[in-house]
Design a protein around this ligand. Structure first.
Ligand SMILES: [Ca+2]
Ligand SMILES: [Ca+2]
Length: 251
């Protein structure tokens, strides 16, 4: 046939074929490094998240006190009873959450209501009495539901307000604080007592009481108490009016 036509066609086909592999397909594959870029941030954020949560536990605290409490994690005030101690009948439970790392230092200051330093309440009425205290609390790991700590004899406590020093004060027609039988002992909170490094080795173990002895009132039944949680107070439920209690919590 016409060889003058066949040759240019062959050249053209050869040229086209040669051009084919130079198509930018490999380039488009290379421009796909998105998966790599995604894994890098993941690897970078994982250690950061672990650092932030390392040893940190979210804790739910449930507390019932007759009549008032404040709870400190170390030196940090976490919760103060929402009903002030100046309220004569302040019976309520409190539920709150906080984060903490082991070892944890739990501190309570708890107060029984008293009208004045006689330690009495309803003074001058038929109901004039010493009144009694009582504190129960449980601490739960929010994530696992595990009990971390409860009030029991493992706590160490110190009584800083005691009155009356003679219980017959309760029957005085005109009880005067500081005049026997209505003597009292009132101490300042020791400096730094909430700190983890405070030496409380001289404090007494908490005294444990039954629910029958304390007679818990409003708010107590709203909480599902673990059977290990016990009422604690000083050695005398009636005349110990302000107590400090500490517990070091380890995993
Ligand atoms: Ca009371
Ligand atoms: Ca009392």
């Amino acid at each position: 046939m016409n060889y003058k036509l066949v040759l240019p066609i062959l050249v053209l086909i050869t040229t086209l074929t040669a051009c084919q592999p130079t198509k930018p397909e490999p380039v488009s594959e290379n421009s796909n490094p998105a998966p790599l870029a995604q894994t890098q941030p993941d690897q970078a954020t994982q250690p950061t998240q672990q650092d932030a949560t390392m040893g940190e536990v979210q804790i739910k605290a449930e507390v019932w006190a007759d009549n008032w409490f404040a709870f400190y994690l170390g030196d940090q005030l976490i919760k103060e009873d929402s009903v002030p101690i100046t309220t004569e009948r302040s019976f309520n439970s409190e539920t709150f959450t906080f984060n903490a790392s082991y070892p944890m230092t739990f501190n309570f200051i708890a107060k029984d209501f008293k009208e004045n330093d006689t330690g009495l309440e309803y003074i001058g009425t038929q109901r004039q009495q010493m009144g009694d205290g009582g504190l129960i609390a449980q601490f739960t790991n929010v994530q696992t539901g595990e009990i971390i700590a409860v009030t029991d004899a493992n706590w160490s406590c110190s009584v800083i307000h005691e009155a009356p020093l003679d219980k017959s004060c309760e029957r005085e027609s005109n009880p005067v604080a500081g005049t026997m039988p209505c003597g009292y002992t009132s101490l300042e909170e020791p400096t730094g007592w909430t700190s983890a490094d405070f030496d409380f080795s001289t404090w007494s173990k908490a005294t444990v009481y039954s629910a029958q002895q304390v007679g818990p009132k409003d708010g107590y039944d709203q909480i599902r108490w673990n059977s290990s949680a016990q009422f604690i107070w000083g050695p005398d439920l009636e005349t110990d009016n302000t107590i400090l209690c500490k517990l070091t919590v380890t995993p």
